[in-house]
Design a protein around this ligand. Sequence first.
Ligand code: BYC
Length: 309
Amino acid sequence: DDPEKLQQFEARITAGAKIEPGDWMPTEYRRQLTRLIEQHAHSEIMGALPEGTWITRAPGFKRKLALIAKVQDEVGHGQLLYNAAETLGKRREAMINDLLSGKSKYSNVFNYPAETWADVTVIGFLIDAAAIVNQVANAKGSYGPYCRALERICYEESFHLKQGHDAFIELATGTAMQRDMVQQALNRWWQPIMHFFGPPDKNSVHSEKLMQWKVKMASNDEMRNQFLDAYVPKIWELGLTLPDEQLRKDEAGRWQYADPDWDLFFKVINGGGPCNAERVKVRKWAEESGRWVRTALMHSTHARALPVA
Ligand code: BYC
């Protein structure tokens, strides 16, 4: 990259400018953003699957309606994010192929099963909460199309969080059996949720550059701490426990916790989690089953009138 252009680019970032698709950007900025936005898009699409399996079994008409709407939103978020990633030059087909071949990662949390309705409430409450902490930070970043997509996504996620919290409270204040169900689900999901924000800062390979370029506006540990600060009290006030005896807030206001199993995290994000194979299989099935629709669209008069990307 031209050093003079790089200097001007970094001065714009420091001044708080938004970078737009037609602007000059360093090759590494483009590569990193493509990686991050693409992984985010895949996470939304894969994230629809654990909850999607519960649409037919959600308890009652109102919970079903809310869950259908939420799952549709998640898929919509995937579309918004694929659009944002495409502005950096990678075609959507290439992104989908990289997801299906295992080359591209997606969030660790979607490689676990939703065993009971209580798991769905934990996802809707705490995974959406974790996602909001991350997305509110990323939305203030330097790349215009990603930030604009995230602003819209955050509005919808706030509704998801509310419906998740509502369903979670209902179980937590319900019968002994319901309380037990939600406690068991919390115990299962706590470690994957701690993993969600990525490895500790000292082991985060991309953070330094991404924070310098204002793609990430908070480090992994900062986001994890913000999440604990906002949501651990909401769990404890319902009389539920978390499976970490070391979890506490210290005098400096930082949360202390037992180090999650990072070997397990890397195993899961590299394809070795309990549901990775199943999730990818479903996406492959969807890709194959929907091929005729894409082919028909490509041959329609409307598609012929569109400019070739
Ligand atoms: N899962 O250097 P690091 C949702 C990877 S979906 C998997 O710290 P970085 C929802 C990382 O990619 C919202 N992989 O990375 C949907 C890197 O590997 P590569 C999901 C992870 O990028 C449906 C390596 O570990 N949100 O809300 O600086 C229903 C080293 O890490 C994870 C997003 O995708 C992980 N958790 O920081 C309900 C947010 N963590 O690429 C809800 C967008 C790390 O070198 N992403 N890795 O092979 C980000 O903000 C950042 O990528 C992260 C990680 C903070 C996650």
